[in-house]
Write a protein that binds this ligand. Structure first.
Ligand code: M6R
Length: 607
Protein backbone atom coordinates (compact mmCIF):
# COMPACT_ATOMS: atom_id res chain seq x y z
CA UNK A 1 0.00 0.00 0.00
CA UNK A 2 1.04 3.64 -0.04
CA UNK A 3 4.34 4.53 1.51
CA UNK A 4 5.24 7.90 2.95
CA UNK A 5 8.51 9.54 3.92
CA UNK A 6 9.49 12.96 5.22
CA UNK A 7 12.91 14.49 5.82
CA UNK A 8 14.36 17.55 7.59
CA UNK A 9 18.13 17.91 7.81
CA UNK A 10 21.33 19.08 6.21
CA UNK A 11 21.29 16.81 3.14
CA UNK A 12 19.53 17.40 -0.15
CA UNK A 13 16.05 16.19 0.73
CA UNK A 14 15.38 14.84 -2.76
CA UNK A 15 18.21 12.33 -2.42
CA UNK A 16 16.98 11.05 0.94
CA UNK A 17 13.36 10.95 -0.21
CA UNK A 18 14.04 9.16 -3.48
CA UNK A 19 16.29 6.58 -1.80
CA UNK A 20 13.62 6.10 0.87
CA UNK A 21 10.91 5.65 -1.75
CA UNK A 22 13.07 3.00 -3.42
CA UNK A 23 13.12 1.15 -0.10
CA UNK A 24 9.35 1.48 0.15
CA UNK A 25 8.85 0.03 -3.33
CA UNK A 26 8.31 -3.45 -1.91
CA UNK A 27 5.07 -2.29 -0.28
CA UNK A 28 3.46 -2.17 -3.75
CA UNK A 29 2.60 1.03 -5.61
CA UNK A 30 1.68 2.42 -8.99
CA UNK A 31 3.00 5.98 -8.89
CA UNK A 32 5.21 8.17 -6.77
CA UNK A 33 6.09 11.75 -6.04
CA UNK A 34 8.03 14.19 -3.88
CA UNK A 35 7.72 17.75 -2.70
CA UNK A 36 10.91 19.54 -1.69
CA UNK A 37 10.95 22.96 -0.05
CA UNK A 38 13.49 25.54 -1.17
CA UNK A 39 13.30 29.17 -0.03
CA UNK A 40 9.58 30.02 -0.30
CA UNK A 41 8.88 27.49 -2.96
CA UNK A 42 7.60 23.89 -3.02
CA UNK A 43 9.01 21.88 -5.89
CA UNK A 44 6.61 19.04 -6.64
CA UNK A 45 7.36 16.12 -8.98
CA UNK A 46 4.95 13.21 -9.49
CA UNK A 47 4.99 10.33 -11.92
CA UNK A 48 2.92 7.31 -12.74
CA UNK A 49 4.82 3.99 -12.81
CA UNK A 50 8.02 2.86 -11.18
CA UNK A 51 10.26 5.12 -9.09
CA UNK A 52 12.61 5.20 -12.07
CA UNK A 53 10.01 7.30 -13.91
CA UNK A 54 10.16 9.81 -11.06
CA UNK A 55 13.95 9.72 -10.98
CA UNK A 56 13.90 10.56 -14.68
CA UNK A 57 12.07 13.85 -14.09
CA UNK A 58 13.54 15.06 -10.79
CA UNK A 59 16.54 17.29 -11.60
CA UNK A 60 19.75 15.99 -10.03
CA UNK A 61 20.51 19.54 -8.93
CA UNK A 62 17.24 19.90 -6.99
CA UNK A 63 17.94 22.05 -3.96
CA UNK A 64 16.13 21.97 -0.64
CA UNK A 65 16.65 20.39 2.78
CA UNK A 66 13.13 19.47 3.73
CA UNK A 67 10.45 17.54 1.97
CA UNK A 68 7.95 14.72 1.77
CA UNK A 69 7.56 11.76 -0.59
CA UNK A 70 4.97 9.12 -1.41
CA UNK A 71 4.42 5.85 -3.23
CA UNK A 72 0.75 5.56 -4.20
CA UNK A 73 -1.33 2.41 -4.41
CA UNK A 74 -4.45 3.76 -6.09
CA UNK A 75 -7.77 3.54 -4.29
CA UNK A 76 -9.71 6.66 -5.36
CA UNK A 77 -9.00 7.86 -8.87
CA UNK A 78 -7.05 6.29 -11.72
CA UNK A 79 -3.33 5.72 -11.92
CA UNK A 80 -1.86 8.84 -13.50
CA UNK A 81 0.61 11.64 -12.78
CA UNK A 82 -2.05 13.99 -11.50
CA UNK A 83 -3.51 11.64 -8.92
CA UNK A 84 -0.05 10.80 -7.58
CA UNK A 85 0.89 12.48 -4.29
CA UNK A 86 1.94 14.99 -2.94
CA UNK A 87 -1.18 17.12 -3.34
CA UNK A 88 -1.17 20.87 -2.91
CA UNK A 89 -3.70 23.44 -1.74
CA UNK A 90 -4.96 26.29 -3.95
CA UNK A 91 -2.05 28.56 -3.03
CA UNK A 92 0.63 25.97 -3.76
CA UNK A 93 2.16 26.71 -0.37
CA UNK A 94 0.97 23.53 1.32
CA UNK A 95 1.78 19.96 0.26
CA UNK A 96 0.52 16.74 1.79
CA UNK A 97 1.09 12.99 1.39
CA UNK A 98 -1.51 10.56 2.64
CA UNK A 99 -1.57 6.83 3.28
CA UNK A 100 -5.06 5.44 3.95
CA UNK A 101 -8.60 6.21 2.85
CA UNK A 102 -10.71 9.25 3.71
CA UNK A 103 -14.20 7.77 3.72
CA UNK A 104 -16.11 11.06 3.99
CA UNK A 105 -14.13 12.90 1.32
CA UNK A 106 -17.11 13.42 -1.01
CA UNK A 107 -18.99 15.64 1.46
CA UNK A 108 -15.82 17.50 2.41
CA UNK A 109 -14.89 18.05 -1.23
CA UNK A 110 -18.37 19.41 -2.02
CA UNK A 111 -18.19 21.80 0.90
CA UNK A 112 -14.69 23.00 0.03
CA UNK A 113 -15.63 23.40 -3.63
CA UNK A 114 -18.60 25.56 -2.58
CA UNK A 115 -16.18 27.65 -0.57
CA UNK A 116 -14.12 28.24 -3.72
CA UNK A 117 -11.36 25.63 -3.47
CA UNK A 118 -10.16 24.22 -6.77
CA UNK A 119 -9.54 20.50 -6.95
CA UNK A 120 -7.15 19.05 -9.50
CA UNK A 121 -7.34 15.33 -8.77
CA UNK A 122 -9.88 12.52 -8.34
CA UNK A 123 -8.36 11.42 -5.06
CA UNK A 124 -9.86 11.36 -1.60
CA UNK A 125 -6.54 12.67 -0.23
CA UNK A 126 -6.63 16.09 -1.90
CA UNK A 127 -9.29 17.30 0.55
CA UNK A 128 -6.63 17.19 3.25
CA UNK A 129 -4.50 19.85 1.54
CA UNK A 130 -7.52 22.14 1.12
CA UNK A 131 -8.74 21.59 4.66
CA UNK A 132 -5.31 22.50 6.04
CA UNK A 133 -5.42 25.61 3.84
CA UNK A 134 -8.85 26.54 5.16
CA UNK A 135 -7.78 26.18 8.80
CA UNK A 136 -4.33 27.73 8.50
CA UNK A 137 -3.82 30.92 10.50
CA UNK A 138 -0.06 30.86 10.97
CA UNK A 139 0.18 27.62 12.98
CA UNK A 140 0.59 24.58 10.71
CA UNK A 141 0.26 22.02 13.49
CA UNK A 142 -2.98 23.57 14.69
CA UNK A 143 -4.34 23.54 11.11
CA UNK A 144 -3.48 19.85 10.73
CA UNK A 145 -5.16 19.05 14.03
CA UNK A 146 -8.33 20.89 13.03
CA UNK A 147 -8.25 19.04 9.70
CA UNK A 148 -7.98 15.55 11.12
CA UNK A 149 -10.91 16.09 13.48
CA UNK A 150 -13.07 16.25 10.33
CA UNK A 151 -11.67 13.13 8.70
CA UNK A 152 -13.37 9.74 8.81
CA UNK A 153 -11.30 6.76 7.75
CA UNK A 154 -7.64 5.90 8.05
CA UNK A 155 -4.65 8.11 7.55
CA UNK A 156 -0.96 8.64 7.93
CA UNK A 157 -0.49 12.22 6.77
CA UNK A 158 2.62 14.35 6.26
CA UNK A 159 2.20 18.08 5.71
CA UNK A 160 4.60 20.89 4.82
CA UNK A 161 4.11 24.62 4.25
CA UNK A 162 6.43 27.16 2.63
CA UNK A 163 5.95 29.51 5.60
CA UNK A 164 7.37 26.78 7.87
CA UNK A 165 10.72 25.81 6.39
CA UNK A 166 12.38 22.79 8.00
CA UNK A 167 9.09 21.66 9.53
CA UNK A 168 6.90 18.63 8.86
CA UNK A 169 3.69 17.74 10.65
CA UNK A 170 2.65 14.09 10.78
CA UNK A 171 -0.71 12.76 11.94
CA UNK A 172 -1.81 9.17 12.28
CA UNK A 173 -5.00 7.17 12.53
CA UNK A 174 -4.86 3.50 11.48
CA UNK A 175 -1.95 3.83 9.03
CA UNK A 176 1.60 3.14 10.20
CA UNK A 177 3.97 5.98 11.04
CA UNK A 178 7.39 5.96 12.60
CA UNK A 179 9.78 8.79 13.39
CA UNK A 180 13.52 8.35 12.86
CA UNK A 181 15.94 10.34 15.01
CA UNK A 182 19.18 10.98 13.17
CA UNK A 183 22.26 12.99 13.94
CA UNK A 184 21.12 16.54 13.20
CA UNK A 185 18.38 15.23 10.95
CA UNK A 186 14.92 13.78 11.39
CA UNK A 187 12.90 11.36 9.26
CA UNK A 188 9.35 10.16 9.35
CA UNK A 189 7.94 7.28 7.31
CA UNK A 190 5.37 4.55 7.03
CA UNK A 191 7.98 1.93 7.86
CA UNK A 192 11.50 1.69 9.13
CA UNK A 193 12.94 0.34 5.89
CA UNK A 194 12.79 3.87 4.46
CA UNK A 195 15.05 5.28 7.16
CA UNK A 196 17.34 2.46 8.22
CA UNK A 197 20.17 3.85 6.05
CA UNK A 198 20.16 6.98 8.24
CA UNK A 199 19.19 5.94 11.72
CA UNK A 200 18.16 3.01 13.88
CA UNK A 201 16.67 5.16 16.64
CA UNK A 202 12.92 5.31 16.16
CA UNK A 203 9.73 6.44 17.85
CA UNK A 204 6.48 4.73 16.92
CA UNK A 205 3.61 7.16 16.43
CA UNK A 206 0.23 5.96 17.69
CA UNK A 207 -3.29 6.65 16.49
CA UNK A 208 -4.54 10.07 17.56
CA UNK A 209 -1.04 11.48 17.87
CA UNK A 210 0.42 14.38 15.95
CA UNK A 211 4.15 14.88 15.39
CA UNK A 212 5.91 18.14 14.73
CA UNK A 213 9.48 17.71 13.57
CA UNK A 214 12.37 19.73 12.27
CA UNK A 215 15.97 18.75 11.65
CA UNK A 216 16.95 19.05 15.31
CA UNK A 217 13.88 18.16 17.33
CA UNK A 218 10.48 16.53 17.48
CA UNK A 219 7.42 16.77 19.68
CA UNK A 220 4.44 14.45 19.90
CA UNK A 221 1.08 15.67 21.16
CA UNK A 222 -2.43 14.29 21.31
CA UNK A 223 -5.51 15.92 19.89
CA UNK A 224 -5.99 17.90 23.08
CA UNK A 225 -2.50 19.38 22.71
CA UNK A 226 -1.14 17.38 25.62
CA UNK A 227 2.48 16.42 25.19
CA UNK A 228 3.02 12.66 24.85
CA UNK A 229 6.16 11.09 26.31
CA UNK A 230 7.51 8.67 23.76
CA UNK A 231 9.92 5.81 24.15
CA UNK A 232 12.84 5.66 21.72
CA UNK A 233 13.30 2.15 20.29
CA UNK A 234 16.18 0.63 18.38
CA UNK A 235 15.69 -1.20 15.09
CA UNK A 236 17.40 -4.58 15.15
CA UNK A 237 17.45 -5.19 11.39
CA UNK A 238 20.58 -4.53 9.39
CA UNK A 239 20.59 -2.68 6.10
CA UNK A 240 22.21 -5.68 4.34
CA UNK A 241 19.23 -7.84 5.27
CA UNK A 242 17.16 -5.61 3.04
CA UNK A 243 19.39 -6.14 0.04
CA UNK A 244 19.04 -8.90 -2.55
CA UNK A 245 22.68 -9.89 -2.34
CA UNK A 246 23.55 -12.38 -5.08
CA UNK A 247 19.95 -13.47 -5.61
CA UNK A 248 18.02 -12.24 -8.66
CA UNK A 249 14.89 -11.70 -6.57
CA UNK A 250 13.99 -11.14 -2.95
CA UNK A 251 11.49 -13.98 -3.17
CA UNK A 252 14.16 -16.53 -4.06
CA UNK A 253 16.43 -15.14 -1.36
CA UNK A 254 13.66 -15.42 1.21
CA UNK A 255 12.75 -18.97 0.18
CA UNK A 256 16.39 -19.94 0.70
CA UNK A 257 16.60 -18.08 3.99
CA UNK A 258 14.16 -20.55 5.50
CA UNK A 259 17.13 -22.74 6.38
CA UNK A 260 18.04 -20.06 8.92
CA UNK A 261 14.76 -18.38 9.69
CA UNK A 262 13.08 -21.53 11.02
CA UNK A 263 15.86 -22.22 13.57
CA UNK A 264 15.94 -18.50 14.42
CA UNK A 265 12.27 -18.67 15.43
CA UNK A 266 13.17 -21.57 17.73
CA UNK A 267 16.34 -19.99 19.14
CA UNK A 268 16.40 -19.90 22.95
CA UNK A 269 12.80 -21.00 23.21
CA UNK A 270 13.26 -24.68 24.02
CA UNK A 271 13.72 -26.21 27.44
CA UNK A 272 15.28 -29.56 26.55
CA UNK A 273 15.20 -30.84 30.14
CA UNK A 274 11.51 -30.30 30.54
CA UNK A 275 10.79 -31.06 26.89
CA UNK A 276 8.75 -27.92 26.50
CA UNK A 277 8.88 -24.41 25.06
CA UNK A 278 9.70 -21.16 26.86
CA UNK A 279 7.74 -18.22 25.49
CA UNK A 280 8.26 -15.24 27.75
CA UNK A 281 6.31 -12.72 25.68
CA UNK A 282 2.94 -14.40 26.12
CA UNK A 283 2.38 -12.40 29.32
CA UNK A 284 0.28 -15.24 30.70
CA UNK A 285 0.81 -17.33 33.80
CA UNK A 286 0.75 -21.12 33.66
CA UNK A 287 -2.61 -21.02 35.44
CA UNK A 288 -4.01 -18.67 32.83
CA UNK A 289 -2.71 -20.91 30.06
CA UNK A 290 -4.29 -23.92 31.72
CA UNK A 291 -7.57 -22.03 31.78
CA UNK A 292 -7.65 -21.64 27.99
CA UNK A 293 -10.65 -23.54 26.66
CA UNK A 294 -10.63 -22.47 23.04
CA UNK A 295 -8.28 -20.72 20.63
CA UNK A 296 -9.23 -18.49 17.71
CA UNK A 297 -6.58 -17.39 15.24
CA UNK A 298 -7.24 -14.34 13.09
CA UNK A 299 -5.19 -13.45 10.04
CA UNK A 300 -5.22 -12.73 6.30
CA UNK A 301 -3.67 -14.29 3.20
CA UNK A 302 -0.66 -16.49 3.80
CA UNK A 303 -0.81 -15.83 7.54
CA UNK A 304 -4.36 -17.17 7.49
CA UNK A 305 -3.21 -20.42 5.88
CA UNK A 306 -0.43 -20.74 8.46
CA UNK A 307 -3.14 -20.23 11.08
CA UNK A 308 -5.22 -23.06 9.57
CA UNK A 309 -2.28 -25.47 9.90
CA UNK A 310 -1.79 -24.36 13.50
CA UNK A 311 -5.48 -24.74 14.43
CA UNK A 312 -5.42 -28.29 13.12
CA UNK A 313 -2.47 -29.18 15.32
CA UNK A 314 -3.75 -27.33 18.38
CA UNK A 315 -6.71 -29.67 18.32
CA UNK A 316 -4.94 -32.88 17.45
CA UNK A 317 -1.89 -32.44 19.67
CA UNK A 318 -2.81 -30.03 22.46
CA UNK A 319 -6.49 -31.11 22.42
CA UNK A 320 -7.70 -27.52 22.53
CA UNK A 321 -10.60 -26.59 20.23
CA UNK A 322 -9.20 -24.13 17.71
CA UNK A 323 -10.35 -22.33 14.58
CA UNK A 324 -8.83 -19.81 12.23
CA UNK A 325 -10.89 -16.92 10.92
CA UNK A 326 -10.30 -14.32 8.26
CA UNK A 327 -9.75 -11.08 10.14
CA UNK A 328 -11.68 -9.12 7.51
CA UNK A 329 -14.79 -11.23 8.15
CA UNK A 330 -14.52 -11.50 11.90
CA UNK A 331 -14.37 -7.77 12.50
CA UNK A 332 -17.79 -7.15 10.96
CA UNK A 333 -19.42 -10.29 12.32
CA UNK A 334 -20.07 -9.13 15.86
CA UNK A 335 -18.03 -12.02 17.27
CA UNK A 336 -18.97 -13.62 20.56
CA UNK A 337 -16.05 -13.24 22.96
CA UNK A 338 -16.27 -15.78 25.75
CA UNK A 339 -14.24 -16.33 28.85
CA UNK A 340 -11.60 -18.98 28.28
CA UNK A 341 -11.08 -18.10 24.64
CA UNK A 342 -7.59 -16.96 23.68
CA UNK A 343 -7.07 -15.10 20.40
CA UNK A 344 -3.99 -15.02 18.23
CA UNK A 345 -3.44 -12.41 15.54
CA UNK A 346 -0.90 -13.63 12.99
CA UNK A 347 0.66 -11.05 10.71
CA UNK A 348 4.08 -10.85 9.09
CA UNK A 349 3.99 -7.09 8.67
CA UNK A 350 2.08 -6.38 11.85
CA UNK A 351 0.28 -3.63 9.91
CA UNK A 352 -2.52 -5.43 8.06
CA UNK A 353 -5.51 -3.20 8.65
CA UNK A 354 -8.13 -5.96 8.60
CA UNK A 355 -6.22 -7.86 11.27
CA UNK A 356 -5.57 -4.75 13.32
CA UNK A 357 -9.24 -3.76 13.30
CA UNK A 358 -10.29 -7.29 14.25
CA UNK A 359 -7.89 -7.16 17.20
CA UNK A 360 -9.39 -3.88 18.36
CA UNK A 361 -12.92 -5.27 18.05
CA UNK A 362 -11.96 -8.34 20.10
CA UNK A 363 -10.21 -6.26 22.74
CA UNK A 364 -13.21 -3.91 22.96
CA UNK A 365 -15.26 -6.97 23.85
CA UNK A 366 -12.76 -8.05 26.51
CA UNK A 367 -10.83 -10.61 24.45
CA UNK A 368 -7.15 -11.28 25.10
CA UNK A 369 -5.21 -11.17 21.82
CA UNK A 370 -1.65 -12.39 21.38
CA UNK A 371 0.32 -11.27 18.33
CA UNK A 372 2.50 -13.47 16.14
CA UNK A 373 4.41 -10.87 14.13
CA UNK A 374 7.65 -10.50 12.27
CA UNK A 375 8.14 -6.75 12.26
CA UNK A 376 9.29 -5.69 15.69
CA UNK A 377 7.47 -2.60 16.92
CA UNK A 378 4.71 -2.93 14.31
CA UNK A 379 1.24 -1.74 15.25
CA UNK A 380 -0.18 -5.23 15.79
CA UNK A 381 2.81 -6.20 17.92
CA UNK A 382 2.35 -3.07 20.01
CA UNK A 383 -1.38 -3.36 20.42
CA UNK A 384 -1.49 -7.08 21.22
CA UNK A 385 -1.67 -8.19 24.84
CA UNK A 386 1.47 -10.25 24.42
CA UNK A 387 2.87 -12.54 21.77
CA UNK A 388 5.81 -14.07 20.03
CA UNK A 389 8.04 -12.49 17.42
CA UNK A 390 8.91 -14.86 14.61
CA UNK A 391 12.26 -13.14 13.87
CA UNK A 392 12.45 -14.18 10.25
CA UNK A 393 14.22 -10.96 9.26
CA UNK A 394 12.85 -8.46 6.73
CA UNK A 395 10.51 -10.02 4.19
CA UNK A 396 10.64 -7.75 1.17
CA UNK A 397 9.02 -9.79 -1.64
CA UNK A 398 5.28 -9.23 -1.81
CA UNK A 399 4.77 -13.00 -1.81
CA UNK A 400 5.16 -14.18 1.74
CA UNK A 401 7.37 -17.27 2.08
CA UNK A 402 9.72 -17.42 5.03
CA UNK A 403 7.15 -15.76 7.27
CA UNK A 404 4.84 -18.75 6.72
CA UNK A 405 7.35 -21.32 8.01
CA UNK A 406 8.44 -19.03 10.85
CA UNK A 407 4.84 -18.45 11.91
CA UNK A 408 4.39 -22.21 11.99
CA UNK A 409 7.57 -22.56 14.04
CA UNK A 410 6.54 -20.01 16.65
CA UNK A 411 3.08 -21.52 16.96
CA UNK A 412 4.40 -25.09 17.05
CA UNK A 413 6.38 -24.02 20.11
CA UNK A 414 3.18 -22.71 21.66
CA UNK A 415 1.43 -25.98 20.81
CA UNK A 416 4.25 -27.89 22.47
CA UNK A 417 3.92 -25.78 25.59
CA UNK A 418 0.15 -26.21 25.75
CA UNK A 419 0.34 -29.94 25.04
CA UNK A 420 3.03 -30.51 27.67
CA UNK A 421 0.91 -28.64 30.23
CA UNK A 422 -1.95 -31.00 29.51
CA UNK A 423 -1.48 -34.59 28.51
CA UNK A 424 1.68 -34.79 26.38
CA UNK A 425 4.30 -36.96 28.06
CA UNK A 426 7.98 -36.10 28.30
CA UNK A 427 9.19 -38.56 25.61
CA UNK A 428 6.54 -37.29 23.25
CA UNK A 429 7.70 -33.72 23.94
CA UNK A 430 11.29 -34.75 23.20
CA UNK A 431 10.21 -36.34 19.94
CA UNK A 432 8.36 -33.16 18.97
CA UNK A 433 11.40 -31.01 19.71
CA UNK A 434 13.67 -33.20 17.68
CA UNK A 435 11.20 -33.07 14.78
CA UNK A 436 11.18 -29.29 14.96
CA UNK A 437 14.96 -29.09 15.09
CA UNK A 438 15.22 -31.43 12.11
CA UNK A 439 13.27 -29.17 9.76
CA UNK A 440 16.29 -27.08 8.84
CA UNK A 441 18.14 -30.08 7.42
CA UNK A 442 15.10 -31.21 5.43
CA UNK A 443 14.57 -27.76 3.92
CA UNK A 444 18.24 -27.82 2.91
CA UNK A 445 17.68 -31.09 1.07
CA UNK A 446 14.66 -29.68 -0.77
CA UNK A 447 16.65 -26.63 -1.85
CA UNK A 448 19.41 -28.88 -3.16
CA UNK A 449 16.83 -30.39 -5.50
CA UNK A 450 15.62 -26.98 -6.68
CA UNK A 451 16.46 -27.78 -10.29
CA UNK A 452 13.82 -30.46 -10.56
CA UNK A 453 11.22 -27.95 -9.39
CA UNK A 454 12.45 -25.48 -11.97
CA UNK A 455 12.16 -28.13 -14.70
CA UNK A 456 8.60 -28.83 -13.63
CA UNK A 457 7.79 -25.13 -13.87
CA UNK A 458 9.31 -25.00 -17.35
CA UNK A 459 7.00 -27.85 -18.36
CA UNK A 460 3.82 -26.55 -16.74
CA UNK A 461 3.93 -22.74 -16.70
CA UNK A 462 1.77 -22.37 -19.81
CA UNK A 463 -1.28 -24.04 -18.26
CA UNK A 464 -3.94 -21.49 -17.37
CA UNK A 465 -5.60 -23.35 -14.49
CA UNK A 466 -4.38 -25.54 -11.67
CA UNK A 467 -5.86 -27.44 -8.78
CA UNK A 468 -3.77 -27.77 -5.62
CA UNK A 469 -5.08 -30.62 -3.52
CA UNK A 470 -4.21 -31.70 -0.02
CA UNK A 471 -5.85 -33.16 3.04
CA UNK A 472 -5.77 -32.67 6.77
CA UNK A 473 -2.89 -30.54 7.93
CA UNK A 474 -1.77 -30.08 4.32
CA UNK A 475 -5.10 -28.81 3.04
CA UNK A 476 -4.14 -25.23 4.02
CA UNK A 477 -0.75 -25.84 2.38
CA UNK A 478 -2.58 -26.61 -0.86
CA UNK A 479 -4.40 -23.29 -0.55
CA UNK A 480 -1.12 -21.52 0.14
CA UNK A 481 0.47 -23.13 -2.93
CA UNK A 482 -2.44 -21.96 -5.07
CA UNK A 483 -2.22 -18.45 -3.63
CA UNK A 484 1.49 -18.26 -4.47
CA UNK A 485 0.86 -19.29 -8.08
CA UNK A 486 -1.99 -16.80 -8.47
CA UNK A 487 -0.26 -13.82 -6.99
CA UNK A 488 3.11 -13.97 -8.69
CA UNK A 489 2.55 -15.98 -11.89
CA UNK A 490 -1.03 -14.77 -12.49
CA UNK A 491 -2.09 -18.37 -13.13
CA UNK A 492 -5.54 -19.27 -11.88
CA UNK A 493 -5.22 -21.91 -9.20
CA UNK A 494 -7.61 -23.30 -6.63
CA UNK A 495 -6.54 -24.84 -3.37
CA UNK A 496 -8.96 -27.56 -2.35
CA UNK A 497 -9.32 -30.45 0.00
CA UNK A 498 -8.59 -33.51 -2.13
CA UNK A 499 -11.70 -35.09 -0.63
CA UNK A 500 -13.91 -32.25 -1.81
CA UNK A 501 -13.16 -32.35 -5.53
CA UNK A 502 -15.80 -34.98 -6.14
CA UNK A 503 -18.34 -32.49 -4.80
CA UNK A 504 -17.82 -30.12 -7.71
CA UNK A 505 -14.34 -29.14 -8.87
CA UNK A 506 -13.75 -32.48 -10.58
CA UNK A 507 -15.97 -31.11 -13.34
CA UNK A 508 -13.06 -28.85 -14.25
CA UNK A 509 -10.76 -31.76 -14.96
CA UNK A 510 -9.47 -32.17 -18.49
CA UNK A 511 -6.03 -32.44 -20.02
CA UNK A 512 -5.59 -28.68 -19.66
CA UNK A 513 -6.08 -28.48 -15.90
CA UNK A 514 -3.23 -30.10 -13.96
CA UNK A 515 -3.83 -31.20 -10.38
CA UNK A 516 -0.96 -30.95 -7.95
CA UNK A 517 -1.47 -33.40 -5.09
CA UNK A 518 0.26 -33.09 -1.74
CA UNK A 519 0.93 -36.67 -0.64
CA UNK A 520 2.70 -36.90 2.72
CA UNK A 521 3.18 -40.27 4.34
CA UNK A 522 0.36 -39.69 6.81
CA UNK A 523 -2.89 -41.32 7.91
CA UNK A 524 -4.73 -39.83 4.92
CA UNK A 525 -2.24 -40.88 2.24
CA UNK A 526 -4.32 -43.76 0.87
CA UNK A 527 -7.36 -41.51 0.57
CA UNK A 528 -5.32 -38.97 -1.38
CA UNK A 529 -3.99 -41.72 -3.64
CA UNK A 530 -7.60 -42.67 -4.44
CA UNK A 531 -8.34 -39.06 -5.32
CA UNK A 532 -5.33 -39.02 -7.63
CA UNK A 533 -6.70 -42.07 -9.40
CA UNK A 534 -10.07 -40.39 -9.81
CA UNK A 535 -8.32 -37.54 -11.64
CA UNK A 536 -6.29 -39.92 -13.79
CA UNK A 537 -9.46 -41.83 -14.74
CA UNK A 538 -10.75 -38.57 -16.18
CA UNK A 539 -7.61 -37.89 -18.19
CA UNK A 540 -6.42 -35.17 -15.87
CA UNK A 541 -2.73 -34.43 -15.48
CA UNK A 542 -1.40 -35.22 -12.02
CA UNK A 543 1.69 -33.89 -10.28
CA UNK A 544 2.48 -35.65 -7.02
CA UNK A 545 4.40 -33.88 -4.29
CA UNK A 546 5.24 -36.89 -2.18
CA UNK A 547 7.88 -38.24 0.16
CA UNK A 548 11.07 -39.92 -1.01
CA UNK A 549 10.48 -43.61 -1.60
CA UNK A 550 6.76 -43.33 -2.38
CA UNK A 551 7.06 -45.22 -5.66
CA UNK A 552 3.36 -45.98 -5.79
CA UNK A 553 2.33 -42.31 -5.85
CA UNK A 554 5.04 -41.67 -8.43
CA UNK A 555 3.67 -44.40 -10.67
CA UNK A 556 0.19 -42.90 -10.73
CA UNK A 557 1.36 -39.34 -11.34
CA UNK A 558 2.51 -37.81 -14.60
CA UNK A 559 5.21 -35.92 -12.75
CA UNK A 560 6.58 -36.11 -9.28
CA UNK A 561 8.46 -33.98 -6.78
CA UNK A 562 9.95 -35.48 -3.64
CA UNK A 563 10.51 -34.13 -0.17
CA UNK A 564 12.24 -35.98 2.69
CA UNK A 565 9.99 -38.04 4.91
CA UNK A 566 9.24 -36.70 8.37
CA UNK A 567 6.68 -37.06 11.14
CA UNK A 568 3.21 -36.18 9.93
CA UNK A 569 2.85 -32.94 11.88
CA UNK A 570 5.99 -31.40 10.35
CA UNK A 571 5.08 -32.13 6.74
CA UNK A 572 3.60 -28.63 6.07
CA UNK A 573 7.09 -27.13 6.50
CA UNK A 574 8.46 -29.40 3.82
CA UNK A 575 5.52 -29.44 1.44
CA UNK A 576 5.25 -25.67 1.22
CA UNK A 577 8.82 -25.04 0.05
CA UNK A 578 8.52 -26.80 -3.36
CA UNK A 579 5.22 -24.98 -3.90
CA UNK A 580 6.90 -21.62 -3.24
CA UNK A 581 9.66 -22.54 -5.71
CA UNK A 582 7.20 -23.84 -8.28
CA UNK A 583 5.31 -20.53 -8.24
CA UNK A 584 8.59 -18.62 -8.38
CA UNK A 585 9.89 -20.48 -11.42
CA UNK A 586 6.54 -20.35 -13.23
CA UNK A 587 6.53 -16.57 -12.72
CA UNK A 588 10.09 -16.38 -13.96
CA UNK A 589 9.23 -18.37 -17.11
CA UNK A 590 6.28 -16.08 -17.74
CA UNK A 591 8.39 -12.96 -17.32
CA UNK A 592 6.38 -11.66 -14.37
CA UNK A 593 7.61 -9.07 -11.91
CA UNK A 594 8.23 -11.62 -9.17
CA UNK A 595 8.91 -9.32 -6.24
CA UNK A 596 6.29 -6.72 -7.04
CA UNK A 597 3.37 -8.50 -8.68
CA UNK A 598 0.75 -6.36 -10.34
CA UNK A 599 -2.00 -4.80 -8.20
CA UNK A 600 -0.55 -6.15 -4.97
CA UNK A 601 0.94 -4.56 -1.91
CA UNK A 602 3.17 -6.08 0.73
CA UNK A 603 1.50 -4.49 3.64
CA UNK A 604 -2.24 -4.09 3.19
CA UNK A 605 -3.03 -1.02 5.25
CA UNK A 606 -6.44 -0.24 3.77
CA UNK A 607 -9.69 -2.20 3.91
O1 M6R B 1 1.50 -8.97 6.87
P1 M6R B 1 0.42 -10.00 6.94
O2 M6R B 1 0.95 -11.35 7.26
O3 M6R B 1 -0.69 -9.61 7.86
O4 M6R B 1 -0.18 -10.05 5.50
C1 M6R B 1 -1.31 -10.81 5.20
C2 M6R B 1 -1.51 -10.92 3.70
O5 M6R B 1 -1.73 -9.66 3.15
C3 M6R B 1 -0.30 -11.57 3.01
O6 M6R B 1 -0.01 -12.82 3.55
C4 M6R B 1 -0.58 -11.72 1.51
O7 M6R B 1 -1.59 -12.64 1.28
C5 M6R B 1 0.70 -12.12 0.78
N1 M6R B 1 0.80 -11.39 -0.44
C6 M6R B 1 0.75 -13.57 0.47
O8 M6R B 1 1.91 -13.92 -0.21
Amino acid sequence: MCGIIGYCGPREASEVLLAGLKRLEYRGYDSSGISVGFRDNLQVYKKKGKIQALLDVVPESLKGNWGIGHTRWATHGGVNDTNAHPHCDCTGKIAICHNGIIENYVGLKDRLTDEGHRFLTETDSEVIAHLVESFYEGDLEAAVKSTVTLLKGTYGILTMHTDHPDEIIGARNGSPMVLGIGDGEMLIASDVSAMIAHTKQVVYVEDGEVVRMDSGSYAVTDMRNRSVDKKVDSISWELEEMEKGDYPHFMLKEIHEQIDSVPRAIGGRIDEDQATAVLGGLNMSEMELLGVKRIVIIAAGTSYYAGCVVAYLLESLARIPAVTELASELRYRNPIVEEGTLYFAMSQSGETLDTLMAIRELQRKGGRVLGICNVVGSTIARESDGGVYIHSGPEIAVASTKAFTSQLTAMYLFILKMARMRHMAWPEGKRFISGLLGIRKHIGRILEGENSIRELAVKYHKFGNFLFLGRGINYPVAMEGALKLKEIAYIHAEGYSAAEIKHGPIALINDQTPSLFIVPDDHLRDKVISNMKEIKARKGLVIALCVEGDEYAAEIADDVLYVPNCDEEFSPFLMVVPLQLFAYYCALELGCDVDQPRNLAKSVTVE
